[in-house]
Structure formats: structure tokens, C-alpha cells
Design a protein around this ligand. Structure first.
Ligand code: AR6
Length: 173
């Protein structure tokens, strides 16, 4: 049975099969985790991303990791938070589902997610972590998946605490 683990740190340093990027629709880089991934991967990633012609919100596309220690980067585009009644929960869920499906398609063992939409895009952390953990748990249980370990990576202690609380609530419910 695949496991979900929480990590506090920089996702670009992880030696996993793939890391997920919280990108924007252009897939041509930006700030936050997207900027960190492009800086660490090198300009080859940007060149490759140009050929992908962007990505819809809630969808995901895969690229090599180039200079990163991971083999692949799965780029997904989270929703911008507009109060929660503009389809944000469904779109955020879709980011996790599509990323997991790509990982399975590539027969990956280990995948690391940042807190998609929880930075610049303003998704409330408590609500986002619930969607994240529920979706990953259900997906890992529903279908045969190659994935053995899914890491949920937080860049700061506050986000990490949200994940810890949500995971505890989820496993004791
Ligand atoms: N490792 C792990 N997590 C990180 C890292 C890192 N190196 N750096 C930041 N985070 P954000 P979004 C956390 O803003 O909200 C970009 O400009 C961060 O603390 O990166 O989906 C894109 O191009 C937060 O908890 O992504 C888009 O335009 C989480 O990653 C836009 O931001 C997500 O924050 C996407 O916004």
C-alpha cells in the first residue's frame, strides 16, 4: 500500500522520480516554486516547456528534470482562489488527479507535490490540504498505481503544520 509522507524543505533538492511544479498557464516559469524549479533545472527546461504550448488550469504535463536531481517534472496549474465558488475545489482536485495519473503512466515509484495554489494563488491552506490528502488517498486506493511513496512538501513551518493536522484528522477519522 502506497504511503503519504510529509516533508519540510525545498522540493528542488529531492531525489525522487518526479516533482510536481505549481505552474501557470504559460508553463514558461514564474515566481515561487515554479521559479525555483526553473532555476535549478536550467534553461533547457524553459526551451522544452515552450514546445508544450501551455497548460489548462487543472491539467498536467510532464517534462524531463534536466539539471534537477529528479527524473521528471510534472507541471500542473492550480486555480487562483476567488472565494471558493468559482470551481476552485474541483480544479485543485483535478491537479492532483492528473499529476498522479501521469506518474502512473510513466510507472513512477516516488512523487513529490508542493502545496499547489497555496502561495501566490491564495488558496486557503486548511481547505487545500484536505482536498490534497483526500484526493491522493482515494486515487492510491482506487486503481492499481505504480506509486509507492507520495511526499507532500512544505516550504515553511506553517504549511507543514496544516498538513500534519489534516493528515492526523484524516487517519483518525
Ligand atoms: N519547495 C517547496 N515548496 C515551495 C518552494 C520550494 N522551493 N517554493 C515555494 N514553495 P506558489 P501557487 C511553496 O506561489 O500558489 C508562480 O509564479 C510556497 O510556500 O509557488 O500555485 C507560478 O508561475 C507555497 O506553499 O504557487 C504561478 O504564476 C507553495 O509552494 C503562481 O506562482 C505554492 O506557492 C502559482 O501560484
Amino acid at each position: 500500500m502506497a504511503k503519504i509522507e510529509l516533508v519540510l524543505g525545498d522540493i528542488t533538492t529531492l531525489k525522487v522520480d518526479a516533482i510536481v511544479n505549481a505552474a501557470n498557464n504559460s508553463l514558461l516559469g514564474g515566481g515561487g516554486v515554479d521559479g525555483a524549479i526553473h532555476r535549478a533545472a536550467g534553461t533547457e527546461l524553459l526551451d522544452y516547456c515552450r514546445s508544450l504550448k501551455g497548460c489548462e488550469t487543472g491539467q498536467a504535463k510532464i517534462t524531463p528534470g534536466f539539471n534537477l536531481p529528479c527524473r521528471y517534472v510534472i507541471h500542473t496549474v492550480g486555480p487562483v482562489w476567488h472565494g471558493g465558488d468559482k470551481g476552485e475545489p474541483e480544479l485543485l482536485k483535478s491537479c492532483y488527479v492528473k499529476s498522479l495519473e501521469l506518474a502512473n503512466q510513466y510507472q513512477l515509484d516516488t512523487l513529490a507535490f508542493p502545496a499547489i495554489s497555496c502561495g501566490v494563488y491564495g488558496y486557503p491552506a486548511e481547505q487545500a490540504t484536505k482536498i490534497c490528502i483526500r484526493t491522493i488517498h482515494d486515487k492510491l486506493n482506487q486503481s492499481p498505481m505504480s506509486l509507492q511513496t507520495v511526499l507532500l512538501v512544505s516550504f515553511d513551518a506553517r504549511m507543514h503544520q496544516h498538513y500534519q493536522q489534516t493528515l492526523t484528522e484524516f487517519t483518525t477519522a
